[in-house]
Each structure stands twice: as C-alpha cells, then as structure tokens.
Design a protein around this ligand. Structure first.
Ligand code: PMP
Length: 406
C-alpha cells in the first residue's frame, strides 16, 4: 500500500474543484492532457508578472533573469532524465515537433533502400513523419506486429532487423492501450545492427522516469502537458553525437553563429535546433512541473497510479459485456474498452452528462483499431490525483449508461 495523501494532493489542483453539468468533475482523460497544480500556475503568473523578456538577446536584467530561469529549467530536465549534457536537451513545442525534427534531419542521412522500423502500437505522430521521410528518401518502412494482448512481438522484430536498418521508432507506452513496451530490449537489438532508436515517451514520461543514459537510447521525446506542465512545450533528448550529425530543422534567429548572404554558420547545441523565440514561460513551467512531481516522489506517484489501474481494471472486468483492449501485464495508467455493441461515443456522451471526462474514438492510433476491427474505444486514463472513490463513481455511472443504451 502506498502512502500518498491524495486528498492533500488534490488541493494543489484548482480545476478539480469545479463541476461539469452540475456534477463534481471526475477527470479521466489524463492521457490526452494532465491537469496543472497551483505551484506550476504560480510560476507562469510570476513569469508574466515579473520577468517576461526575450532570452539570449538582451544585456538588460529582465532578459538575463528570463534566460537564467529558462536554462535552469533545461538543467532540471537534464537531471530528471539523467542526460549526460544539458545541451542534449532541446526544447520543442511538444512530442510531435521532436519527432518531426529528427525525421527531417534524417532526410539527409538516408538513401534509397535503407530501412526504418516502427511499431504497430504507434500514435499517428510517430507514423506519419516516418512515412513522409520514406517518400523523401526512398527508404522502406517496416512494422513490428503486435499480439492480441496489445504487446509487440519481439521475435518478429528480430526478423525485421538487418544491416540496412537505420532507424527504429517505438513508443515507450501506448496511448491507446497503455502497454509498456520493452524498450530496453528493442534498443539493444537495434544497436546490434547499427540502427538508431527514437523512443516516443509522450505517454510514459508522466508515469515512468526514463534514464536515457542507462537505456542508451539515441532520442527520447515527450510533452510537458502530459506531466502537469503547460501545452506547447516539450523536449527532444538526443545523444550529442547524433545532434551534431543532424542538420538544423528550422532556420531563423537564435540558431545561427554568423549570417552573411553567402553563407550562414550554425550555433552550437542546443541553439542549433531552437530557432526563433521559444515558449520561454512554458519551458520554465515544465521545470516547475518536474519539481512538483519529484518533490512528492515520482515513484510514490507511479505506485499509486498502478494501484488505481488495478482497482479500476478489476471493477470494469466485473461488468457484463465489457471488453478491455490491451491486456498485457506490463501496463500503465490507461484502460481502453468497449461494452457489447454500444458505440464508444454514446458512452462518452452520457458519462460527460454525469461529470466524467473520458476519451472516445481511435486515439490517433487507427492501425490499432483496425487490428481489433473496431471503430474506437472508450479510454479512461489515470493520474495520481484520481481516487478510488472516483473510480467507484465512474463504474456506477458506466452501469447507468449501459442500462440507458441497451
Ligand atoms: N505520442 C503519443 C504516444 C501520444 O500519446 C501523444 C499525445 N496524445 C503524442 C505522441 C503527441 O503529443 P503532442 O500532441 O503533445 O505533440
């Protein structure tokens, strides 16, 4: 049993006090975006109230304060993910931006006939950029299949690997099913044939603290908004050797060393990949969000979330007609399900009337839905500020919805 004082934690999140359709909000759409604690909101208000200025440009005091806070946030993020160097942390607008930055960079490194591997469990943002990369370069896209539990089939992955494999892309946790993928094994096997690995950590980062040096991963991307931070900011971790090899993604201010009309030389890392004025406040608030979770204790939060997941799963399984998609033992925070032939959208609509926020649809992972031959699922996803009482209300409300719809 964990020692997390959830009632105390909930006081940090002002939004959890609100009502929706006359009922207390029960927010179970955390895999889409998480809520923001007062401690992070305060940092955002402080930034705009006291030291809003552009960074890395002015000699004036405000600009230096903003630059210091932004660079301190980078160091917090570096420490959180245990990157070796702070300039291996590139601020992005989010996971999607990080993936596109790497995919674009590899355009100049790949040739016709090179092979890249994605997994059957990917979010569209970790499929489409690689398809576009293949169109540009003539590289071939291969897919690691999954089994009926929603787990990647590693023996099939091994068969796809060969000396032409240049890149492997896989998410750490599937947003549609909650499966935790065996990225340690995938990274090791990919490296054995000389391929680089990008891990999409969007869904894992709120629940699992990735140690990028221990994983020996080449690129790791995530978004602040899924981990108690604001939208519009995220990071790309890249090994220094790779970030030096990749060309810049966008041209502009901040990313240059010297510009003449004949030739431009690029700035050193991380600025080479940070063209234009970044989301300064967002970056600082991302650092504050990590502080918040690490102060409570990242593992304490994760253990509690796992208890909630188990509790909710067993309650759901007890309801007649419920089918859960994603039945791996290695899961976190997400339950995707359907009830009989009821359309997920109808369940989501009734739950909303009862104050409960869930996601319905394909969750930007249409290939997974095609695999199970369904249009979509209802997805309940948990964060450490959810409670067992909320799960009970969710289950009771779901039963009401089922009665109304059958
Ligand atoms: N990958 C996964 C696994 C995700 O869950 C998400 C967000 N749903 C993304 C990528 C995209 O993240 P963002 O929209 O923050 O760029």
């Amino acid at each position: 049993h964990t020692t997390l004082d959830v009632e105390q934690i909930r006081k940090d999140f002002p939004i959890l006090k609100r009502e929706v359709n006359g009922k207390p909000l029960i927010y179970l759409d955390n895999a889409a975006t998480s809520q923001t604690p007062q401690q992070v909101i305060d940092v955002i208000v402080d930034y705009y109230s006291n030291y809003n200025a552009n960074i890395h440009r002015g000699v004036h005091s405000l600009s230096q304060e903003a630059t210091d806070a932004y660079e301190q946030a980078r160091i917090k993020i570096q420490k959180h993910f245990n990157a070796k160097l702070s300039h291996e942390i590139i601020f992005t607008s989010g996971t999607t931006h990080g993936i596109n930055l790497v995919a674009n960079g590899f355009s100049s490194l790949l040739k016709k006939g090179d092979e890249i591997i994605v997994s059957a469990l990917e979010h569209h943002s970790n499929i489409v950029p690689w398809q576009m990369l293949c169109e540009r370069t003539g590289a071939i896209l291969k897919v690691i299949p999954m089994n009926t539990d929603g787990e990647l089939v590693i023996s099939e992955f091994e068969k796809l690997l060969n000396p032409n494999t240049k890149l492997v892309f896989v998410n750490h946790v599937s947003n549609a099913l909650g499966t935790i993928n065996p990225i340690e094994t995938i990274i090791e096997k990919a490296h054995n044939v000389g391929a680089a690995v990008l891990v999409d950590g969007a869904q894992a980062a709120p629940h699992i603290k990735a140690n990028v040096q221990e994983l020996d991963v080449d690129f790791y991307v995530c978004s602040a908004h899924k981990m108690c931070g604001p939208t519009g900011v995220g990071i790309l971790y890249g090994k220094e050797e790779w970030l030096k090899k990749l060309p810049p993604y966008q041209g502009g201010g901040e990313m240059i060393a010297e510009v003449t009309f004949e030739k431009t030389t690029y700035a050193d890392l991380p600025h080479k990949f940070e063209a234009g004025t970044p989301n300064i406040c967002g970056g600082i608030a991302f650092g504050a969000a990590l502080d918040y979770m690490n102060t409570v204790g990242f593992n304490t939060l994760a253990n509690y979330e796992n208890e909630l997941l188990e509790y909710a799963t067993s309650q759901l399984q007890a309801i007649e007609g419920v089918k859960i998609y994603g039945t791996s033992k290695h899961k976190t925070s997400v339950i995707s399900f359907n009830v009989g032939n009821i359309h997920p959208y109808d369940i989501g609509t009734i739950l909303d009337k009862l104050g409960i926020a869930v996601r319905t649809g394909h969750h930007c992972a249409q290939p997974i839905m095609d695999y199970f031959k369904i249009p979509g699922t209802v997805r309940a996803s948990f964060m450490f500020y959810n409670t067992k009482e909320e799960v009970d209300t969710f289950i009771a409300s779901l039963k009401k919805a089922i009665m109304m719809l059958s």
